[in-house]
Design a protein around this ligand. Structure first.
Ligand SMILES: [Zn+2]
Ligand SMILES: [Zn+2]
Length: 456
């Protein structure tokens, strides 16, 4: 039986810079190559010093979010012979995401004085793209020269964003299953996860929603209906509505939802404004949809809705020139982004509204604004503007991650020998430590310490 040794390379724990080193019999691989969203410079990179140079056979990336993909060029340059494996959907988007990251790092180098930025160049990304071996879902890839060496990799759609995969790796009579970031419920443009029952020796399970109590009647569809009703009220009374969205996945989903809602009369006809990376991802999704049949997305949506970028002439405390629906990134109102500037522009007017639809880190402006009471003051530091919270602030939970009970069911169905917890804050992981034993009796549950080897 092949020996399995696994090491969490995510220095800071939590969700962070996802990356695992796996020694699986004669194979050496790293799964996921993230960048930590809350740290900067080398501090944001996983602890690659635990991986000796030129020692990897494989680098596998589960999906194109930067907390899983963002440091791929850093690792890949140190392992020139490693094959880089991802789903064909992820490979279609990855280059664009990494190039955007170079642009952001160049800017941060100047603004924040981080000398090591950018961590990689556009040229390196182009070379890396040639190294990627794209895999289709549910078409196993067999590697190795003899029966003893044989290693099989299979990707299953994990329903989180287009291209996102759960990963099965089998070798020497043993199997590892990585859930990846996973969502079982259908999203408007993407079906939920489909992963067969595998009975792995090791299940690496994401735990993002471990500390979130699911609403008893809160199906995604119902939350979406509530959101549309709220947006409709704001628009009908002549206000503008800002929905801060993540550029990859959520913006495109919301565009599709808005199109459907206007056609069915759930939303009044309105001007729709989008900008930035998300508008570009629209084209990538359109191409994917034609080539692979997912996501359900057609770029003609932009024409149909008459989508335009917001005016560049935004002034804090003064309504944007045109009223309408603003679907712009970042989802957490991070400084310097369109959503931050728009929030500063619309917050003072009580006709307007801001609808948060996803997670905001409590340290971000979005996280802070979400907690504000009506009438309180909110300071937009970067713009040196103090606003009064007159616009309505609404919160809707449209997550791309499975609820904790769904993950328990998943773990039970998979029937693993051992479970390793990943991608969750300490409280979220604790909930699984407390609740997995009742669902999966006799299964060993491990919350890995960063940098410590675990044998399976
Ligand atoms: Zn993700
Ligand atoms: Zn993630």
């Amino acid at each position: 039986m092949a020996e399995i040794k696994i090491t969490d390379l995510n220095t800071h724990g939590g969700i962070g810079a996802n990356s695992y080193l796996i020694k699986f019999g004669c194979w050496r691989m790293v799964i996921d190559t993230g960048l930590h969203p809350k740290y900067a410079g080398n501090e944001a990179v996983p602890n690659y010093s635990l991986v000796s140079d030129d020692s990897l056979d494989l680098i596998i990336v589960t999906h194109a979010h930067l907390d899983h993909l963002g440091s791929l060029p850093v690792l890949a340059r140190r392992h020139p012979d490693a094959r880089v494996i991802m789903s064909s959907g992820t490979s279609a988007i990855a280059g664009r995401m990494l190039r955007n990251s170079v642009q952001v790092m160049k800017y941060q180098r100047e603004e924040l004085g981080i000398p090591e930025y950018p961590l990689y160049t556009r040229g390196e990304i182009t070379m890396l793209e040639d190294r990627v071996l794209p895999l289709e879902f549910m078409r196993p890839l067999t590697l190795g020269e003899s029966d003893e060496d044989e290693l099989e990799i299979e990707l299953h759609p994990s329903g989180h964003i287009p291209g996102a995969a759960s990963v099965r790796i089998s070798h020497g009579g043993r199997t590892i299953l990585f859930s990846g970031d996973i969502q079982f419920q259908h999203q408007h443009i993407l079906d939920g996860a489909y992963v067969p029952d595998i009975e792995p020796d090791l299940l690496v399970l994401e735990t993002t929603r471990g500390s979130t109590v699911p609403k008893p009647d809160g199906s995604r569809e119902m939350v979406m209906d509530e959101l549309l009703m709220t947006v409709s009220n704001i628009l009908k009374r002549g206000g503008s509505c800002l929905i801060p969205v993540f550029a990859l996945g959520r913006m495109q989903e919301m565009l599709a939802v808005v199109q459907m809602a206007i056609h069915s009369g759930k939303l009044p006809a309105t001007k729709v404004f989008c900008s930035g990376l998300g508008m570009d991802i629209v084209n990538y999704f359109d191409l994917l949809s034609r080539k692979k049949g997912y996501p359900r997305f057609d770029r003609s949506i932009l024409k149909d809705l008459g989508v335009r970028p917001p005016s560049r002439d935004l002034k804090p405390g003064r309504n944007p020139g045109e009223k309408g629906l603003y679907l712009v990134s970042s989802g957490m109102l991070v400084e310097k982004t369109p959503s931050y500037k728009l929030a500063a522009s619309i917050l003072d007017d009580s006709a307007n509204g801001i609808c948060f639809i996803g997670y905001c880190d409590p340290d971000t402006p979005g996280g802070q604004l979400k907690e504000c009471e009506p009438g309180e003051r909110f300071y937009f530091e970067e713009l040196n503007h103090e606003a009064k919270v007159n616009a309505e602030i609404h919160k809707f939970d449209l997550t791309g991650h499975a609820e904790r009970d769904e993950l328990l069911d998943f773990a039970k169905r998979q029937n693993p020998r051992k479970i390793l917890l990943t991608h969750g804050d300490p409280e979220a992981r604790q909930w699984f430590i407390d609740n997995l034993p009742g669902t999966c009796p006799g299964v060993e549950v491990v919350n890995p310490k960063p940098g410590r080897h675990i044998e399976v």
